[in-house]
Design a protein around this ligand. Structure first.
Ligand code: ZN
Length: 50
């Protein structure tokens, strides 16, 4: 399954990794956001069926 980032229009397989590499989020921030809400990035990404 792949995801399309609505912010930068790039595809990725791993949302946390994308947030860190492309959007320069720190690992600490991504982890704490996912811990608080597992689907917190759901609205920012579109799921692409392949
Ligand atoms: Zn992006």
């Amino acid at each position: 399954m792949k995801y399309l980032c609505k912010t930068c229009k790039k595809k990725c397989n791993d949302i946390p990794e994308h947030m860190m590499k492309v959007h320069n989020f720190s690992k600490k921030i991504v982890e704490s956001q996912l811990k608080a809400k597992a689907d917190c990035y759901k609205n920012a990404f579109e799921v692409l069926e392949e």
